[in-house]
Design a protein around this ligand. Sequence first.
Ligand SMILES: *[C@@H]1O[C@H](CO)[C@@H](O)[C@H](O)[C@H]1NC(C)=O
Ligand SMILES: *[C@@H]1O[C@H](CO)[C@@H](O)[C@H](O)[C@H]1NC(C)=O
Ligand SMILES: *[C@@H]1O[C@H](CO)[C@@H](O)[C@H](O)[C@H]1NC(C)=O
Ligand SMILES: *[C@@H]1O[C@H](CO)[C@@H](O)[C@H](O)[C@H]1NC(C)=O
Length: 486
Amino acid sequence: MSWAPSRTSSKIRAFRYSLPILGVATLFPLVLILSYWAFGATSFWRLIRNPALPPSNGQHMNQPQSTLDLDLSVTETATTTWDWQRTTIPNDAHVHGFTVFDNIYLRNGTFYVVTEDAADLPPIERLLSRPLERKPGVDTTPTNEQLQFITPGEAESVLGTRLTHIQGFSVIIYDPSQFMKHFYHWFGEIILGTWRVYSHLLLPQPSSTASPLPFPQRFILPFISNEEWRDRSGMDGPLMRAAFPDAAIQQATYWEDLKKLGTTVAFERIILVDRSAAHRHPFSGLWFKMIAGTMNISAPQDFWNAVRISLWRNILTPEFIAYNISNPSSLPLVTYISRQGSGRRLTAEDHDGLIVALGDLAIQGVCEVQIAVMEKMSLVEQIELASRSTILLGVHGNGLTHQLWMPPSSRSTVIEIFIPNGYVFDYEILARNMGHRHYAVWNDTLLTYSEGTYHKEVKYPDGFHGKTIPVHAETVTRIIRERLAG
Ligand SMILES: *[C@@H]1O[C@H](CO)[C@@H](O)[C@H](O)[C@H]1NC(C)=O
Ligand SMILES: *[C@@H]1O[C@H](CO)[C@@H](O)[C@H](O)[C@H]1NC(C)=O
Ligand SMILES: *[C@@H]1O[C@H](CO)[C@@H](O)[C@H](O)[C@H]1NC(C)=O
Ligand SMILES: *[C@@H]1O[C@H](CO)[C@@H](O)[C@H](O)[C@H]1NC(C)=O
């Protein structure tokens, strides 16, 4: 993709660009003077146009085009016309709060969308927000301090002609830390939603022939200082390094550096992620989740696979992957994530009853059973367990985020226990994205929703977060048998 501004230019500007080239060889001045004398002014400038500039460090996404496309030919007039690359949304990869942009500009902390007609693009409030905490009474409606639409004709007067190019794919998470520093919010909403909308670029090709999407080169968190994006349980940092080993995670100091440069930053491709904008989607009133709107954007089946496999490869051994994950002859693993050491939990009696019933399944050779206390396990142990599991079972809670690392199959299942009548969509939405079947359990009642159907409401009855959640063990083991029988 050609994305650097190209232009015709005056002698003066041409000379400015030629200066670094002159500097590299001490013999050049002499050669230049001689050539000028020999060929005359016009041919002289032609001789040194399109010089081979040093290759850039960034990786290009499509055709590798590593030089600035500067046309240094001399024109008779002194006027300069930059042909600004228009800002576009490739393949309409956009839903409220998640937008892929090509050729978007940033100057002094404000985004500029260069377009002939702003009406062709979504309105600003679907793109981003004022970066404030979400609280009653706080107005996050964006202003022109966050983003402006300008025409190509206005661009040079607003953006100047000094450009800093940031190549490849950048993920810009335009939020304060409020709902960022949590394993579920980070991976289950921000990263998963990002990947779903980004994966829309692979459509409409069948996923088998589509080339894989380039991984991001950087995540930029403009309003996060001092590592405040990290979760308390310490999962997000190391797992990001495994899933995206080549990506830097940049915070507010990076953003401030770009501002202080005083240049216009030209991003080759970004996805702009904004929680408050995401919550403006109509589906937000149905699911109350940041990624609600992304459910209305199509993505290839198992679009998440690339991230899951990257994480596996960078944590697990090849032998583990070959023998423990991809091996269809091994006994399926049912992992019960016990929360008995934390706030929201089963009654002691029902927890014990569940363990006995699961033990019976193992004795009968239906499956292997693991009882996991995630907070007592190392990160590697947690990922090993999740990646080997066919069924993940537990009281509503963060541990169920591990379904992200569980391989999807016709049997893969998430069983989430709620206090009867309680319902929230956090882990159900993950399961829908992953391709795992999701069951909610209200003691002896099962609820499951096939594609296109949904539970009617979010509900937090008394006891939702309490220590006396009941579960009827046979109801759980019945569905496990059914699912594993395929
Ligand atoms: C950059 O933006 C800040 C407000 O965020 C403003 O105070 C400052 O004057 C701007 N600087 C320039 C050079 O426009
Ligand atoms: C969902 O997507 C379709 C197009 O794919 C669009 O027509 C419809 O308006 C979207 N629904 C919402 C609520 O945004
Ligand atoms: C398969 O998983 C089990 C249980 O985690 C482990 O003991 C075993 O070493 C693994 N096999 C390989 C080849 O890594
Ligand atoms: C849970 O279901 C079982 C089986 O139907 C029933 O005996 C028990 O009373 C129920 N527990 C609660 C708290 O409703």
